[in-house]
Design a protein around this ligand. Structure first.
Ligand SMILES: O=C(O)C(=O)[C@@H](O)CO
Ligand SMILES: [Mg+2]
Length: 259
């Protein structure tokens, strides 16, 4: 059975953010991830994750001005200084929380635009240098255009070609099964082919983005395939519980029992 991390931006939202660490631990998780921790002090988050005994395995770099529509800065030609600053902030939080994986959001932009593509490459190279010094892996994640219209990185082939082109050992693919199924399906072949460049996996049902096992895909078959393929990394539960978080956790027992 894969090693699961509760996504605290989507799960346990019955509690305030800082209380979600203990709630996840009480529900049997020893690892958590979340999207943006930046409205809280890193020291306060570290105190809560340590007290709860959960490892913080992944979060995102600051995404720019979310309210104004920004969804990451890496591919924005005019936002290089802000991107560099976001790398510093993300790495400071990672050091305080003991986190070894950071997701770099690309931003809204046209993948066919040469200046945008060039900005993305320069940004990722810069971030990879800084992250390598800190022993941190950077993740890039294709995101479907229904959830995030106009997102620059919206294709798995595009992401893998970029990882190859950059050739940086600390840049890997965040394979979100939910986005993959919406973007192109063929999930099992994708996992098998891309395993060497996968640094983190996330899961949610499609199309509802709810608990695994509640959508169009046989999520249990996919999770079994991850085991069979030898994936030993984390699987982030990046789903919105259909009801209460605890009531929705029965999928773990169903997975364990194979029913
Ligand atoms: O939307 C997703 O999928 C993510 O992994 C987020 O971190 C991006 O906001
Ligand atoms: Mg994701």
């Amino acid at each position: 059975m894969p090693h699961f991390a509760a996504n605290l931006s989507m799960m346990f939202t019955e509690h305030g953010f800082l209380d979600r660490f203990q709630a996840a631990a009480d529900a049997g998780f020893d690892a958590v991830e979340f999207q943006f921790p930046y409205e809280f002090r890193a020291a306060d988050i570290a105190a809560r994750s340590t007290a709860a005994g959960v490892e913080v395995v992944l979060f995102n770099l600051p995404p720019g001005d979310w309210e104004a529509g920004e969804r990451g800065l890496a591919a924005l030609p005019g936002r290089r200084a802000a991107f560099d600053q976001s790398v510093g902030t993300g790495l400071d939080y990672a050091a305080a929380l003991g986190t070894k994986r950071l997701h770099v959001m690309a931003g809204i932009g046209n993948p066919a635009d040469a200046a945008t593509d060039a900005a993305y490459v320069v940004s990722l190279n810069h971030a990879a240098d800084a992250a390598a010094e800190a022993g941190v892996m950077l993740m890039i994640e294709p995101i479907n255009g229904r959830d995030m219209p106009g997102y620059f990185l919206n294709d798995f082939d595009q992401a893998v070609a970029l990882i190859d082109r950059l050739g940086r050992p600390n840049i890997a693919l965040q394979f979100d099964i939910y986005h993959r199924q919406i973007l192109q399906g063929d999930v099992l072949s994708g996992l098998e082919q891309l395993l060497p460049v996968i640094g983190h996996v996330q899961i949610a049902s499609v199309p509802g983005r709810n608990e695994p096992g509640s959508g169009e895909l046989d999520d249990f078959l996919v999770l079994a395939a991850l085991d069979r393929l030898g994936y030993r990394g984390l699987v982030g539960c990046e789903y919105r519980p259909a009801g209460s978080t605890l009531a929705g956790l029965g999928w773990r027992e169903r997975l364990a029992s194979g029913s």
